[in-house]
Design a protein around this ligand. Structure first.
Ligand code: ATP
Length: 361
């Protein structure tokens, strides 16, 4: 089946990593995705448009699914963060970031990390409520509502159930902001009662920071507010090999937007140096979301083989290849995975004579 996906190549390294991602996804899906490219961020402003043109939002609303490179908010013009605006315009309330140690990735500080970060995406300190009370005194409001807290908790517990997770760690700083954080925690407790088969712990943010640095493997799923989620996602990326390998997804009621955790990386933009794996793994999440499990497995297998080979890796992964060389090598690995799958399908199935009795299985 063919379907359309909105593609926002983004700013900075966005176009480079998006090009690599499209090549890889086209390979594993046999070109069954119609990419609908739209611009946003600084690229849109450079073309005389607003940072988040209606055309981009309309395209995502129509297709219900999008994948994007990082967007840069133009410094001049007093624009609000375009990434935040996009999440709020589409009510993308849940941000999910799976953080997993990758095989062969020698730069990873830890092996055996396999955790999912769920971040509330619409409120907290990202509500944009900041004002000067009097000269020299500024107030920034952290908004927490029962509706949004319930919604993210319900999402997180349900995500845990459907993805075979066992334990949720709910992160807070209730000793400092008791009203807002206890509202968040109360909503978690409501869910805990509805899902009694999960192990649930409530952990202050500072304890989490220490535990992540000493033993990140003890976490399964982390649920937290907007700002905490932003910081902790980058920290966790550092545990498993850096921003170049951690994917992400933003889910709303009607649509989903997939994106890597990293930003526009202006220091390496336009130089063919960026690592596209994070966006490629975001595409893996997208393929799973639309039910293309075989294509997603294929993509994942190719990436893992590439990392294990240790060849043609970008500088952030300790290699010397550029983006294009890494992508060529990945396509080679994807081809090899496809070849092996065909070979396995051609091999004759074992006859009944070879089957072990039930008791021996
Ligand atoms: P922004 O303001 O858009 O968040 P930033 O530079 O502050 O940009 P990131 O883009 O996340 O933040 O980059 C942080 C560091 O990680 C930079 O040194 C950047 O080069 C590096 N980096 C980020 N993404 C990648 C990538 N995909 N490949 C290689 N290096 C990356």
């Amino acid at each position: 089946m063919k379907y359309s996906v909105t593609l926002l190549p983004g700013d900075g390294i966005g176009p480079e990593v998006s090009k690599a991602m499209v090549r890889a996804v086209d390979f594993v899906t046999g070109g069954r995705i119609d990419w609908e490219p739209v611009v946003a961020g600084s690229t849109a402003v450079d073309q005389g448009l607003s940072p988040l043109p209606d055309e981009a939002i309309d395209s995502i609303r129509r297709n219900r699914i999008a994948i994007k490179g990082p967007l840069q908010t133009p410094v001049a013009g007093g624009w609000r963060s375009v990434n935040v605006l996009l999440r709020q315009s589409l009510e993308l309330f849940a941000c999910v970031r799976p953080v997993r140690s990758m095989p062969g990735n020698t730069l990873a500080r830890y092996q055996g990390v396999d955790q999912i970060i769920v971040r509330e995406n619409t409120e907290g300190l990202y509500s944009g409520r900041e004002h000067e009370v009097v000269d020299g005194v500024v107030e920034a409001l952290k908004i927490v509502t029962r509706d949004a807290s319930r919604r993210i908790m319900q999402f997180a517990f349900e995500y845990a159930r459907s993805h075979g997770r066992k334990k949720l760690t709910i992160v807070h700083k209730a000793s400092i902001t008791p009203l807002s954080d206890n509202l968040f925690l109360d909503c978690a407790r409501e869910c805990e009662r509805k899902y009694p088969f999960f192990q649930v712990e409530y952990l202050p943010l500072d304890n989490l920071a220490l535990d992540l640095a000493t033993d990140p493997t003890r976490f399964d799923m982390l649920v937290m507010g907007n700002l905490d989620g932003d910081l902790i996602s980058d920290l966790c990326a550092g545990l498993v090999g850096g921003l170049g390998v951690v994917p992400g997804a933003n889910y709303g009621e009607g649509c989903a937007v997939f994106e890597a955790v990293h930003g526009t990386a202006p220091d390496i933009a336009g130089r063919d140096l960026a690592n596209p794996i994070a966006l490629i793994l975001s595409a893996e999440l997208m393929l799973r979301y639309v039910g293309e499990a075989d294509a997603a497995d294929h993509l994942r297998a190719g990436v893992e083989r590439l990392l294990v080979s240790g060849e043609s890796l970008t500088r952030d992964l300790g290699g010397r290849a550029n983006t294009s060389e890494l992508t060529d090598a990945l396509l080679g690995e994807l081809d090899a995975v496809a070849g092996e799958a065909k070979g396995a399908a051609r091999r004759p199935a074992r006859g009944p004579a070879h089957r072990q009795p039930d008791s021996a299985r």
